[in-house]
Design a protein. Sequence first.
Length: 193
Amino acid sequence: MSVLEILKFPDPNLRKKSVPVDGVDDELRQLADDMLETMYYRKGIGLAAPQVNRQVRLLVIDTQAALNNYKSEGESQTELEKKIHQPIVIFNPKIVKVMGKTSYSEGCLSVPGYYEDVNRADWVRAEGLDRAGQQLIIETDGLLAICLQHELDHLDGKLFIDRLSPIKATRIRSKIKKFGYEENKLREKHEVL
């Protein structure tokens, strides 16, 4: 397994729509493993293939890792989330049903260091293929439902900032243009020393 480079906004490859996989093979399973390693290394809870410059419909999620490693105190899984084995690897995912509304402060590995409240469905039913190419059905709420929706957006070339009001989205874009990302600032500072 290896840690992959994560594309950062405004990279145009993040805006490309992903194509469905014809079947799950060893190469795609290896990509999924590399994505999981990359996600854990970057302390993320989800990652979509377009974020590592692969235009296939694949995402990986592990919200339990957040609980164990870097989620704030006081947050816990819902009963539905507890029933789902993680990490999740899902090929050709689609959301087939949603219910309710919620809002959550989202961030993104492709927009590191920037967070904003995003409105999402509170409950989702998602379908796709697992690592073995068998049908996978996930019915969940909580952070897992939010993460599924966030990562599925990536497969359609959308980022969480696209779901913000024009004022909030413009503010984030302007800050990125002016200040860049924290990693870049640290690298520049290090090079100066």
